[in-house]
Design a protein around this ligand. Structure first.
Ligand code: HEM
Length: 396
């Protein structure tokens, strides 16, 4: 390691250009894809910016998602992600495996396929509504947010009428400027809301996923509530931001947009490339070393934190040729936008279906779709754990 690469860096949040990860990542990855990082609370851990090192950490059982195992304990925000029953993203095998198996049984390819006509209908309804109201529209509120929210509500059996409530809670959870008290408050409210819903499903079951999980008889109400929190938050904010930010990206890359309009068979490749290029989970994930581990020539000591920049890994020239170029014809599969290893995104097939339906339907309905404000005036979600746009004013 060179002298420069041995100096702890802080995680950069400021982007020089809105669609590219912060510039220092590229420089650091070139110098050394694994380097010391200073966390906000003074803890010195590690930052991984290279594709293959990030993948190997994600696949290695010696790295845990249980951040309460970090030693010394890390800053308040991360420790808020303390263990809560059923929140299996923060569990390691074998506890994680118990939940993941039950959930995989509910997220079957068949069930996802069955949802397709419903997703098409939900998408068409939103487009009808946009057309009825006329331009300009905020694509986030009119299209990108309601589609995954409606879908996850149907899948879980959560009443969509309550969407303002749970969208408010999850937006607080993902807001980096929220105080620890606000985060705790949002978690408690979500807990109470979904806890009540689980209790109701016990007496009035339906054919949606939460009732399906209750029927297995293998989870307590507390665990079911934790699972519901995870799925509800992970299931709508992520896809919503991909739909809006992906549209913004296509509008800023007219040659790629024209290619997709001309050849709709490029839709699947476009979705993969947008996932890679945008990598909206832009601040982590973070793992805790359970024992001393040698990683790319560095000794990671037991208890140390390792932050993986998936966004930097997905722009690694050793894995993707000309990585900073958006190219909807490239083979982007193998990207890290959904993570890797045992925690790889459970909802990835659902998210893909929503995007494979959503982008083409939007472009078909509005052949003249364009930004209603100058591109640089669109406010980016730099202050949120999931990257995207706050609003996307469009016209057609
Ligand atoms: C484009 C949309 C999405 C992106 C980019 C995304 C990204 C991710 C990433 C990076 C992880 C791994 C986190 C880690 O390793 O620490 C993850 C895990 C997860 N995602 Fe997604 N996600 C998306 C959509 C969804 C949807 C629609 C759902 C639910 C319906 C979902 C549910 C989950 C769950 C439950 C986990 C935890 C899995 C586990 O720990 O075993 N995600 N997601």
């Amino acid at each position: 390691m060179t002298q420069a690469a041995s100096q702890p860096v802080t995680f950069p949040l400021t982007r020089e250009t809105p669609l590219d990860p912060p510039a220092p990542f590229g420089r650091w990855r070139e110098e050394d894809p694994v380097r010391p990082m200073l966390y906000a609370d003074g803890h010195v851990g590690w930052l991984v910016t290279g594709y293959s090192a990030a993948r190997s950490v994600l696949a290695d059982p010696r790295f845990s998602t249980r951040l309460e195992l970090l030693h010394p304990p890390i800053n308040q925000r991360l420790s808020q992600a303390r263990r809560r029953p059923g929140f299996f993203l923060r569990e390691d095998p074998p506890e994680h495996t118990r939940f993941r198996k039950l959930l995989t049984g509910q997220f079957t390819v068949r069930r996802m396929k069955q949802l397709e006509p419903r997703i098409e209908k939900i998408t068409a309804d939103r487009l009808d509504e946009m057309e009825r109201l006329g331009p300009p529209a905020d694509l986030v509120q009119a299209f990108a947010l309601p589609i995954p929210s409606l879908v996850i509500c149907e899948l879980l059996g959560v009443p969509y009428d309550d969407h303002e409530r749970f969208q408010g809670y999850s937006s607080t959870l993902l807001n980096l400027d929220a105080t620890p008290a606000q985060v705790q408050g949002a978690l408690d409210d979500l807990d109470a809301y979904l806890g009540e819903l689980v209790a109701r499903k016990r007496v009035e079951p339906d054919d949606a996923l939460l009732s399906g999980l209750i029927e297995t008889g293998q989870l307590t109400d507390e665990e079911l509530t934790g699972v519901a929190i995870l799925l509800l938050v992970a299931g709508h904010e992520t896809t919503a931001n991909m739909l809006a930010l992906g549209t913004y990206t296509l509008l800023r890359n007219p040659d790629q947009l024209a290619a997709l309009r001309e050849d709709p068979s490029l839709a699947d490749g476009t979705v993969e490339e947008l996932l890679r290029y945008l990598t909206i989970v832009h601040l982590g994930p973070v793992r805790a070393a359970l024992e001393d581990v040698e990683l790319a020539g560095h000794l990671i000591k037991a208890g140390e934190a390792v932050t993986l920049s998936l966004a930097a890994g997905n722009r690694d020239p050793e894995r993707f040729e000309d990585p900073d170029k958006l190219d909807i014809r490239r083979q982007a599969m193998g990207h890290l936008a959904f993570g890797h290893g045992v925690h790889q995104c459970l909802g990835q097939q659902l998210a893909r279906i929503e995007m494979r339906i959503g982008y083409p339907a939007l472009l078909r309905r509005f052949p003249g779709l364009r930004l209603a404000v100058p591109a640089d005036d669109v406010a980016m979600r730099s202050n949120m754990a999931i990257y995207g746009v706050h609003r996307l004013p469009v016209a057609w």
